[in-house]
Design a protein around this ligand. Sequence first.
Ligand code: SAH
Length: 377
Amino acid sequence: MLRCWSNDEHFSTPFALGVEIMLKYAMQLQEVLEKAAKIGDLNREEIACLLSLEAENDINALFKVADDIRREQVGDEVHVRGLIEFSNICARSCLYCGLRSENSSVHRYRMPIEEIIDTALKVAGLGIGTIVLQSGEDPWFTADRISEIVRGIKSRANVAITLSIGERECDEYRIMKEAGADRFLIRHETATPDLYHALHPGSSFERRVECLHMLRELDYQIGCGCMVGLPGQGIENLVDDIMFIKELQPDMVGIGPFIPHPDTPLHDSPIGDLTLTLKMVALARIVTRNALIPATTAVGSIDELGREKALQVGANVMMPNYTPMKYRVDYEIYPNKRCINEDPMLCHGCMKMRIESIGRKVAQGPGHSYKREGVRR
Ligand code: SAH
């Protein structure tokens, strides 16, 4: 594995060797952290070094660098996005996802168009400036139908709309953009092509990345992201993810732990590690500087205070779930999702309390990308 220091030199005694290595390690770690704080342009070895930190003090030093960059670059405001999971029908077979088409134990639903619009308008009425419309890859929701929803919402509420509906043709993305969609989340899931292909039968990493580029070309604000702790994923693969994020410089980056779903082929794999997930959030902040980074529901699902912890290591977005009660239990991408049995209309108060409990404030307005010049925030 890559290390922060090279231990190929000769030392007189084991004690001297130990002290020497510790000193070298401390100095080199300090240098890497300073570089992270100043420019963020870390190389593979430096990223691997930070991801491999084990001592609590060292990990906290990494977290502090990320939190300082977050404060300096994007301030104390936390942007709230209202999530509506409008269909759990999916044509894909992603090995980790509970909604994969092969899972016949899911009760499938599709919210009617009017109900999606009404729900979005209620969320907008709470003062939330962005609606995220997410679904499986459901072909019934053609570009025209999605456009009808986007127009229906935008003609009656002053909100930004983020789509998270998977891979489509360029023309479809164009139609939805012209209808008024502002942003698009399409996680790259893992930036190691072999691992991507092993986890996504019939899909290609190259195509996923092409979608991100097409969306950017069409002037969407784009979001990529990955899972942490996927079976077969090691530090080297996570380095791939951070390098990918650094090179793409997306407007948004979503990172969460992998959570095994009992009705998928990965049911026996362990849950992604919280600290490693937080290190990835910190590194995403370090290499992007001013991206919008959510404290994901998944991180809140493996730890009661997971989202607060993420907000303190670089994250600056929360995505409370406003899917109506009767549907939300069936949008089970992974089990034990946070707030699955909560009344959605109580989410706003809870979110605000969580944000304020750590000395931060709720942002107003649409909360557009900090990477776009001239966009009204
Ligand atoms: N169909 C859309 C939305 C997918 S759901 C798309 O393809 O973009 C949103 C995200 O949930 C996925 O991108 C994936 O990163 C995450 N996810 C899915 N299954 C998961 C699991 N078992 N554990 C953790 N995250 C998961």
